[in-house]
Design a protein around this ligand. Structure first.
Ligand code: NDP
Length: 448
């Protein structure tokens, strides 16, 4: 689809020319610029004052080598990245991804999305993202520690509790955050909330682990209720079995749904009786095993190699929670044909543009990642607040804040969509509501 505004269409062409071979970044920018057409038509100063051009250009990109030694004495050199995309409304905030597919374009796409997501939370956090092409899978704890220490030995120069506060993402969980925080503390000789997702004994927030998955379900629940539906009695398919997927499964189940399928990068399991989440947690959070091991204790379930066909399983609600572009047009059509009435994105940009179009055309309720998975970063911001206050809230207090943030976020995105002529279109609504706060702040600063 072309962008229906001459200036924004030209800007998109420049983004593609200036950032060659970064298709994920182009995809993310295109979607936002498409949504912002009615905004710049109503408010031409966003173009006149250069805000749109600044928006698509990161404030800073840091790229560095990360040498480390494995247990056999062999030296490896990975690449590290931190994209500090936009600090208009607060310190850069966004996770670190350790996965072999990481390159500059992936981190730019994630950092760009993070600007709007963070703004949507209503909290004072800017957009950033980082990571490395390091693969923690199959590495020993010692190797992961060495890698994290080397990574932080460079990164610490550029971050700080009022500058840039990284967190976890794919491949970066509690273990990695511990090693990263320990090294930052050692290098700076200070104990500050420079990372979020920390362990509970050293500054972490209760409910941060659960926040993205729980928040996804709180958001989805609002959307379902507005349409006269609910999780109660619904069949749910969830891709992934990492942090987001596990806690989405937990909350969806608490809300009365039956989750029948989950996956990892090797394949998916289908358990018609409903997924035994305690088993998944044991396999993934404790033993770090493949999801196929679920069948060792649940012989009635099915395992299928490859992830794609998970979307052929009949369900009412689909929650893609693994990775970008995991759900394409063909999968979207299979979901629709099987009666799926709601798709909410737990992962970042898991649906291709063609899939999103298919859902919207078929009247499927669709919650875009920027809005639906914002509960994680919102709770990270709550962790920052607790660290600044040197105080802890209870699980219930954090969960209540999270719920309120997700409900407000839903209404904010939904009313922005209606205000700018796209009622019910939460993709447009989230992009517009997220942008307006950032855009207004950038206007206030003048050319910086
Ligand atoms: P985890 O590393 O905990 O889990 C990722 C899951 O997705 C694993 O099951 C993994 O399988 C699977 N996966 C990863 N890459 C692929 C791939 N290429 N194909 C198929 N499956 C894949 O990550 P998170 O749960 O933290 O993150 C999942 C998504 O949610 C990401 O898009 C992330 O950016 C997004 N997100 C995460 C937030 C958070 O708070 N954690 C906040 C907001 C968004 P395997 O183990 O086999 O690799």
């Amino acid at each position: 689809m072309s962008i229906q505004n001459e200036y924004l269409s030209g800007l998109m062409d420049r983004v593609v020319a200036r950032n060659p071979a970064e298709p994920e970044f182009h995809q993310a920018v295109r979607e936002v610029l498409e949504s912002l057409v009615p905004v710049v038509e109503a408010r031409p100063e966003f173009i006149r004052e250069g805000i749109m051009d600044c928006l698509v250009e990161p404030e800073r990109i840091i790229k560095f080598r990360v040498p480390w030694e494995d247990e056999k004495g062999q030296i490896h050199v990975n690449r590290g990245f931190r994209v500090q995309f936009n600090s208009a409304i607060g310190p850069y905030k966004g996770g670190l991804r350790f996965h072999p597919s990481v390159y500059e374009g992936i981190i730019k796409f994630l950092g760009f999305e993070q600007i709007f997501k963070n703004s949507l939370t209503g909290l004072p956090i800017g957009g950033g993202k980082g990571g490395s092409d390091f693969d923690p899978k199959g590495k020993t704890d010692l190797e992961v520690m060495r890698f994290c220490q080397s990574f932080m030995t460079e990164l610490f120069k550029y971050i700080g509790p009022d500058t840039d506060v990284p967190a976890g993402d794919i491949g970066v969980g509690g273990r990695e955050i511990g090693y990263l925080f320990g090294q930052y503390k050692r290098l700076r000789n200070e104990f500050t909330g420079v990372l979020t997702g920390k362990g509970l004994t050293y500054g972490g927030s209760l409910a941060r682990t659960e926040a993205t998955g729980y928040g996804l379900c709180y958001f989805t629940d609002c959307m379902l209720k507005d349409a006269g539906r609910s999780f109660e009695g619904a069949t749910v398919v969830i891709s992934g079995s990492g942090n987001v997927a596990i806690y989405a499964c937990e909350k969806a189940t608490q809300l009365g749904a039956r989750v029948v399928a989950m996956s990892d990068s090797g394949g998916y399991i289908y358990d018609r009786d409903g997924i035994d989440l305690a088993c998944i947690k044991q396999l993934k959070e404790v033993e770090r095993k493949r999801i196929s091991a679920y069948l060792d204790t649940h012989p009635n379930a099915e395992y299928h190699a490859g992830c794609r066909d998970i979307w052929n399983i009949p369900c009412g609600i689909a929650l893609p929670c693994a990775t970008q572009n995991e759900l394409d047009e063909q999968s979207a059509k299979a979901l629709i044909a099987n009666g799926c009435f709601c798709v909410a994105e737990g992962a970042n940009m898991p649906s291709t543009p063609e899939a999103v179009h298919a859902f919207q055309s078929a009247g499927v309720l669709f919650a875009p990642a920027k809005a639906a998975n914002a509960g994680g970063v919102a709770t990270s911001a709550l962790e920052m607040s607790q660290n600044s206050m040197r105080f802890y809230w209870t699980f219930q207090e954090v969960d209540e804040h999270l719920k309120k943030i997700m409900v407000d976020l839903y209404h904010n995105a939904s009313s922005a969509a209606a205000r700018y002529g796209a009622p019910g279109n939460l993709v447009a609504g989230a992009n517009i509501a997220g942008f307006l706060k950032v855009g207004e702040s950038m206007l206030a600063y003048g050319i910086v």
